[in-house]
Write a protein that binds this ligand. Structure first.
Ligand code: GDP
Length: 332
């Protein structure tokens, strides 16, 4: 593969080049990895910065419908919109390109949009790196908005929150006044809660749900990186395409405020540091896995710990000490 040529096409905004580039960063082959690293270095272009918008919500809440309507509204305004899906468990049927194209048919055909499904069967660490690199590629290709979507299961929303400049949680109108089992962590990460399906018979329930969440958000926190009134809860209808303009103006108002106040860059810096530390942790774990003597020692000591012949902490210290003593044993 000609990495230089791919980089040029990508920076020129060629969507097919972008798709090929993302395939490259997703590959586990060592030679592909080397090319991906070279490509990322070549296209690292400060000055091209997209708004990274994280979007999370449980299956059925209306994410696809929302992204389709919201994305189309923005491309009609001349913005270029990329959509990346993060789905480590591959909960979505197929997870294929075709699947995502049918989920968002209008956007998939839109010349100003780029829709990319999640790769199937990847562990979370792999998903995080792949998504981070895909976001960087979309930015290099000149997209104005990179929408990073995840189903609210497992840890994927934490990954998305750590990748986005603004994080939006989509929820459905509830029956009662209880908060729908939304995890505290994700509530804390949300900048904007959108109660979808605020249309027809569901409208009153949506308004009640919005009020409940607005109250919960007020109780939960007020961060220094939030302007007055944030985090916020709004009603929208992805289907009726209602409230989308308002949602966008809230998102851009928050983004601009963060930029002006220096929180934007601070957040990206903190995220970069987080991912650096994650990579080191991942690397250490990989080393542990690839170290045959240590694996054998762990199996033995694991038995001893299970049988009560050794204390967990002392056994762990022994494994780590053994690894430091023979670092050269690591094998692929
Ligand atoms: P996803 O699993 O989160 O991507 O959800 P989908 O976008 O596939 O939507 C799930 C279901 O909810 C579909 O039957 C949609 O037609 C419906 N839906 C999505 N948005 C709305 C909305 O704004 N109002 C109503 N009434 N239904 C909606």
């Amino acid at each position: 593969m000609d990495v230089e040529q791919l980089a040029q096409q990508l920076v020129a905004g060629d969507r097919r080049a972008l798709a090929r580039a993302i395939t490259l960063v997703e590959s586990r082959r060592a030679d592909h990895r080397a090319q991906a690293t070279e490509l990322l270095e070549r296209v690292a272009a400060p000055g091209r910065e997209a708004l990274r918008l994280g979007l999370s919500g449980t299956p059925g809440v209306g994410k696809s419908t929302f992204i389709e309507a919201f994305g189309t509204m923005l491309t009609a305004r001349g913005l270029r919109v990329a959509v990346l899906a993060v789905d480590p468990s591959s909960a979505r049927s197929g997870g294929s390109i075709l699947g995502d194209k049918t989920r968002m048919p209008r956007l998939a055909r839109d010349p100003r949009a780029f829709v990319r499904p999640s790769p199937s069967q990847t562990h979370l660490g792999g998903v995080a790196r792949r998504t981070r690199e895909a976001v960087a590629l979309c930015e290099a290709a000149g997209f104005d908005l990179v929408l990073i979507e995840t189903v609210g299961v497992g840890q994927s929303e934490t990954v998305v929150a750590e990748l986005s400049d603004v994080f939006v949680l989509l929820i459905a109108p509830g029956g009662g006044d209880e908060l729908q089992g939304v995890k505290r962590g994700i509530m804390e990460a949300a900048d904007l809660i959108l109660v979808n399906k605020a249309d027809g018979d569901l409208k009153p329930a949506a308004e009640r749900t919005r009020t409940d969440y607005a109250g919960a958000l007020r109780l939960l926190r007020r961060r220094p990186q939030d302007p007055e009134g944030f985090p916020k809860a709004l009603c929208v209808s992805a289907q009726a395409e209602a409230g989308l303009e308002e949602a966008w103006s809230e998102i851009t108002a928050l983004a601009e405020w963060r930029r002006d106040e220096g929180h934007w860059q601070a957040r990206r810096s903190a995220q970069a540091r987080h991912w650096f530390e994650e990579e080191v942790r991942e690397g250490l774990l990989a080393k542990l896995r690839d170290h045959p003597a240590t694996r054998a020692r762990m199996a033995d000591l694991g038995e001893a710990v299970a049988a009560g012949r050794a204390a967990p902490s002392a056994a762990a210290a022994e494994v780590l000490a053994g690894m430091e003593a023979s670092p050269g044993e690591a094998a692929g």
